[in-house]
Ligand binder design. Structure first.
Ligand code: TYC
Length: 139
């Protein structure tokens, strides 16, 4: 979500310190918002606080399982369950999809999580001599 919020209220001059530090925009009264002679004295000011709320969407990265001719299917399923927390049915579908199509998206994560999981999975396979590979790609 993003946007600009405006707050308007009145304070006495002595109470505020408009500066680069406070970021407050201060305008003297007299712009027509108050009836002449009412509500605000000469030393009062009208405050407008502009606050920009800018929330970045966290970027997500796909972990993609790649097929190869050597890694046993059962081992691929074990890795998908153990490292990527897929249940048995999901792991079987993902493994078979990669087997048949060449690749399959396992899941999406923030970048550091995606990279850590892919590295751990590749290393676990490598320790057993399997060439299993995962790619990490922006969503
Ligand atoms: N193709 C492998 C085999 O037939 C199994 C496999 C499936 C390997 C998916 C990797 O991502 C993979 N033993």
């Amino acid at each position: 979500m993003s946007g600009t919020q405006h707050f308007q209220f009145s304070v006495h001059m002595a109470e505020i310190k408009p500066s680069a530090k406070t970021g407050l925009k201060v305008r003297r009264c007299g712009g027509g918002h108050y009836p002449k002679g009412n509500f605000m004295s000469d030393s009062d000011v009208k405050l407008r606080l502009s606050k920009r709320t800018k929330t970045e969407k966290p970027k997500l990265y796909k972990v993609v399982l790649l097929n190869d001719d050597y890694t046993p299917r059962e081992f691929v399923v074990l890795i998908l369950k153990g490292e990527f927390r897929l249940d048995s049915a999901q792991a079987e579908v993902v493994m078979l999809t990669a087997h048949q199509k060449g690749a399959c998206v396992v899941s999406v994560y923030p970048k550091d999580v995606a990279e850590t999981k892919a590295t751990r999975a590749i290393d676990a396979a490598g320790r057993l001599g399997y060439p299993l590979q995962f790619n990490v790609e922006p969503e």
